[in-house]
Design a protein around this ligand. Sequence first.
Ligand SMILES: [Zn+2]
Length: 570
Amino acid sequence: MRYATALCVLVFAAACGGGSEKATTAPANQPAPAPQIPLANLPKIEPAAILDRIKVLASDEYEGRAPGTKGEELTVQYLENELKKLGLKPGNTDGTFIQKVPLVGITAAPAKPLTITKDGSKQVIKWRDEMVAWTKHVADSASIEDSDLIFAGYGVEAPEFNWDDFKGVDVKGKTIIVLVNDPAVPDPSDPQKLDPKTFGGDAMTYYGRWTYKFEEGARKGAAGILVVHETGPAGYPFSVVQGNLSEKFDLVTPDKNMGRAAIEGWVTLDAARKILKMAGQDFDALKKQAATRDFKPVPLGLKASLAIRNTLRTIDSRNVVAKLEGSDPDHKDEFIVYSAHWDHFGIGAPVKGDKIYNGAADNASGVSTVLEIARAFTQVKPAPRRSILFLLVTAEEQGLLGSQYYSVTPIYPLEKTLANINLDGLNQWGRTSDLVLVGLGASELDDYVKAAAAEQNRTIKPDAEPEKGFYYRSDHFNFAKQGVPALDPDTGTEFVGKPPTYGKQKRDEYTNNDYHAPSDEVKPDWDLTGAADDADLFFAVGYRVANADKFPEWRPGNEFKAKRDGMLKK
Ligand SMILES: [Zn+2]
């Protein structure tokens, strides 16, 4: 019955939920609406097929799939073979299934400590205890020397919230001190709470993430960027920040990351207080000012110097990429991208005698599901109007690097990429009557998800902990950041035929025992029927976006909307 799909298109198009009355009013660059097949008539995802491929990828033979190891060789070969067997085309325009991803491992050590001076007096801020810093420059060393220090509030420029901490002040070559998290703007009707209309209230926006602070500082041309660490707002202690002093991987960009600030780092709250005091300023007073739109950068009259020495190691890793060509000659150069990271931690410290970090749930399950969705796409005739890209990325566990590489060096233009659907960690515990969508409310893609879920008699729920900023922590985020609407599905929480506490219990078990541990392996009690339901849903979503009469958009107020609108105007 699976093959009823083609019949549906050819014979019963109107009854299949289509309708062509809008055809004449569609803009010239948009296809007319396609007949949309009901989810029940689309090819079905097979739970057993998902499990079979997970078993291969998560086997000990694949050694935990670390980038740059034998595990990568086996994984990349396997994925390429599977994609070829499905009859898909090479995803790269050079005729291969590979996008090379150059990675560099950087270990920073201090060559000269952070020294703050003011008219002859000086203060040394202790490396590791009071501050940590690194450079993303792919170079043996980096430094700032007598660089003017400026307090730049939260270091945010957010047009959609009419917010600009820089106010045109030139910070080129200077060193900025910025606060972590979103600007803490009080709710005018209840000052004890955060204003839900500005920076999402309690929910974190990307402007709150520390990665944003370094990116924005670099865009403004700062030579040094120091984020003030506060345990509460950051959500983790300074010891986590100190972890940056071990080897960190990054992409080798064409400019060898020279577009980044020379120095990126954190200072403890106490160190920040000391530095500001030296300038005759008070941290708490400045922080209060920084939570207002009127805030202007404060030149501190101090100079900062610091030098770093790097140890470098390069690795050539790979994204695996395949394409299903769209059936509409006018629109086959437009894409929907499915992604999942193939990498995991490889061989590491043994736990209970096991040293292979198999990564069965994280993320053999996502990769295997994308392959199953790819198979389903090959069975829909005719193919959707737009093309579908299946992108299996490397180095997610090292900081979303494979997807970042694709997003800044895309094979197909991002202004012609309608959506990204990323799968990371599928449900292993059976059917659910709901589905959690992290970042629910961000874009019109939600409408597709809700419609498909309704056809499965399921409901969509938002992420229960939006203040933790989960939306910014998986591969889809790199697409979002570049303006492409992106979906970040999580598993459902209400398991069919199970007590209400079952979902939380299973999830806690996974988090406490198996997450990023050698025991993330295929378990005898795995039930992938729920994962297959989710895959059916996201297959339908991608298929429908690929046939839609318009590009999905970010909702007003979303932090990525301005970028997307600018990109589509060109
Ligand atoms: Zn992981």
